[in-house]
Ligand binder design. Structure first.
Ligand code: FAD
Length: 398
């Protein structure tokens, strides 16, 4: 039987980046992807590099916001990783980090900005609050309705269609064996090793042996958990995105809203990407939802998302919508990533959930250190799957 040090499950950003960092540390790695590389969330997202707390992390009251703010230490590591990523991968990833604004249009919004600012200060993220005139000075394209903004000078974006392929190319150059169109169907422990069973498009089954397995299956990471008879509490959600036609350079920042679902940015081609977490609708199998087919955009949500964008940046109102699409991402019950060893299944690791475009390269680098050296260079204890061990109290892993 073929043997690898690590088998990585999933060919999105996290899986491809982990394969790269593992191989860079000398491991023999196979990566298995059921479809094609970068075809799911990693290639379909908004490309925002957001280090301030997103709206979804701040909207559920002080107690939860304080808990969710524990993501900031990882964001600070991710910020440094993104600064060096194009050099690391020797590739143009269209990284632009020219600052991010979270805008307020009401006193309630300002109160949310103040809560966010206090949490960000507490965790060492150097953001600031801008008055209406300060906002107008650095972002004259914003509407008069904007009365304040939270500002962090290093937020930005990169091109999701470039990042995963760049990691995959570099991983292959280091000897990683990548098998696309190949699905993992079983994971069995055999002494100190794992036997990973895969099936390719032609129906060919193959078993490989690995010292360790990394579950990087994104929204499907919970399904991988079920293969080892464990619950990994990560839930698939269908989000939609929109792109409008090209315009002359107008918006250098990543723009978000303090109390509503919005991210918008102008990418290097001049197109404006508009998103922010508006839901799409899962495809159905019978009456149940399925994650095995594409989710559909919901027209009312697309309209609401674009109207909000045009309200904040009036110049967008004159531009035509080119395309709307969806992607399925995974969220955990506490909004934190699942990042670390699965205590109930020795040799099984997971890196999934959260805002893993921004954090994905960092999950990958840190998990590769943990897997090969027993310790990550930045603490990831807060994100360990061990925090959900109580859910597996009655489960016997394979
Ligand atoms: C519309 C949208 C917008 C977003 N915007 C942002 C943003 O602006 N900034 C940000 O930081 N994050 C954003 N996200 C989240 C981000 O895209 C994801 O967190 C990230 O891409 C997850 O990467 P991943 O590699 O874990 O998962 P994925 O890219 O989903 O990859 C997982 C892979 O595992 C494969 N797989 C599953 N099961 C199996 C199996 N049994 N065998 C083999 N392979 C399997 C899947 O086919 C898939 O390719 C957004 C997400 C969406 C959907």
């Amino acid at each position: 039987m073929t043997r690898f040090d690590v088998v990585v499950l999933g060919g999105g950003l996290v899986g491809c980046a982990a394969a790269y960092y593992l191989a860079k540390r000398g491991a023999r790695v196979r990566l298995v992807e059921q479809g094609d590389l970068n075809r799911e969330a990693s290639g379909r997202n908004a490309g925002s590099l957001h280090f301030q707390l997103e709206y979804r992390l701040i909207r559920y009251g002080d107690e939860l916001a304080s808990q969710f703010a524990q993501i900031i230490p990882l964001s600070l590591v991710a910020l440094e990783d993104w600064r060096g990523l194009e050099a690391e991968l020797q590739a143009d990833l269209e990284v632009g980090m020219h600052g991010g604004l979270i805008v307020a249009e009401s006193e309630t919004d300002v109160a949310l900005l103040e809560r966010r600012q206090a949490l960000q200060e507490k965790w060492g993220l150097g953001s600031s609050l801008l008055s209406a005139s300060e906002v107008r000075r650095i972002a004259p394209y914003l509407a008069e309705s904007v009365i304040a903004a939270g500002y962090f000078p290093h937020e930005g974006h990169a091109n999701p269609r470039l990042v995963t392929p760049a990691f995959a190319r570099r991983a292959e150059a280091l000897g990683v064996s990548i098998q696309a169109q190949t699905r993992v169907t079983a994971l069995l422990r055999d002494g100190a090793e794992w036997v990973v069973t895969t099936v390719d498009r032609a129906g060919q089954t193959q078993d490989v042996v690995a010292g360790a397995v990394l579950n990087a299956a994104g929204a499907w990471a919970g399904e991988i958990g079920r293969l080892v008879h464990l619950h990994l509490p990560i839930f698939p959600v269908p989000l939609s995105m929109n792109v409008v036609e090209r315009a002359a350079p107008l918006i250098p920042h990543l723009v978000q809203h303090a109390s509503q679902r919005l991210t918008l940015k102008q990418v290097s081609s001049g197109n404006i990407l508009v998103g922010g977490g508006w839901p799409g609708r899962f495809a159905r199998e019978g009456s149940a939802m399925t994650t095995q087919r594409r989710a559909e955009p919901v027209i009312e949500n697309v309209m609401a998302n674009l109207s909000l964008a045009a309200r904040l940046v009036p110049a967008i109102g004159d531009l035509r919508l080119l395309r709307s699409w969806t992607g399925i991402t995974g969220i955990t019950t506490d909004q934190m990533p699942l990042l670390g060893a699965v205590p109930e299944a020795p040799g099984l690791f997971v890196a999934a959930g959260g805002a893993a475009f921004t954090h994905g390269p960092t999950y990958a680098r840190l998990i590769s250190e943990l897997m090969l050296e027993g310790r990550a260079s930045a603490s990831i204890d807060l994100y360990s799957p061990a925090r959900f061990s109580h859910i597996n109290n009655f489960m016997a892993s394979v």
